[in-house]
Design a protein around this ligand. Sequence first.
Ligand code: HEM
Length: 353
Amino acid sequence: MQTYSKSDGTFVLSKPIIDTTSTVWIAAATAAIYPWILDAFHWAVTPPVTATSVSTGATLLAALLLIAAFAVPLINLFIAGTPAQTPAPNAQDVRARRFALLAITAPTVYVFFGVLTYMGGSKIPDTWLWTPAWLLFGYLASRNTNAVISPLPRTSSRLRVAHGIAGSIAAVYVLFHIFNHLFGLISPEAHAAVMDLGRIVYREQLVEPLLVAVMLFQIFSGLRLVWTWSETSADRYRMFQIATGVFMSVFILGHMNSVFIFARTWLDIPTDWAFATGLPTGLIHDAWNIRLLPHYALGVFFVLAHLVCGLRVVMLAHNSKVSSANRVWWIGVSLSAAISAAIMCGMTGLRLS
Ligand code: HEM
């Protein structure tokens, strides 16, 4: 088993447990089976035709399947976060890590993919395309290569600063947006009332295009930073920051496609509570909508956790003690998970009164 010492906030490596080819195949297999886990969940929560509700056994099975669905990105987060064996990882290590980073995004890519196949009028079930595609990617990524990585020029500190500044602007909207979603715990009407207030600002003629531009800048500047960082032997904190950024990039792109192109332009429907929660069937009992649950839950968790990672880096740059920065990180990440869980409870029907 690989072990790490955290005494000074960095991780010290001992023996690796598995080789890079195996990690690529684990990443490919977990991503490939992801939609089947969701299908099995749907089967478990659907009462048989002769009954009006599901049995306790089926409910337990559904809970386990939901945990399994969340385990897919978590397993790949663990793989991507395993520090490289040398200060200069070889091409195979880098490729395996990048592949694991890609597999973390499976829950959000599956939503994006589903919206695109729906808009394209595909008659083929998504799973039939999804699973072979991931296995093919896995095969391609696992092939031995003698190539040496030719590192990209290091990203300029200006790009990092620009990413941080634009990120602070994006964070104003994102924090409001997440705060808004918490109102679902009170009622859909409360959620709508807060959204109406926000829309006065963010739907303003000049603000909305600026917000979209900032989001697109974050995606592309972030992915450029990820590309360089994924070539280094960064510690788990840094890898978590990279992984949350990769997830966010795909999430934001897919989410903006759903809001602006799919809903507002293609379907010409309002992007309201009913749209977000997949009414009338809801998120839990619909075979398609269930994919939105891990997508939204991880979207909220990862965006908040990404901001917390940024805060840790800023604290370290300002000479905070590593132990203090790490404590702030743990508290922040736990809070992010709690906020995400609260929003998902509201979106699946829990009300505080
Ligand atoms: C529970 C999770 C989320 C749900 C249910 C959700 C849902 C929605 C809905 C319904 C809209 C349309 C708002 C409107 O019409 O005024 C929207 C817009 C948007 N969301 Fe989210 N969102 C979630 C999380 C996020 C996160 C984590 C981000 C960013 C990282 C994000 C970024 C955006 C952006 C950029 C827009 C476009 C804003 C605009 O209309 O100008 N969302 N979202």
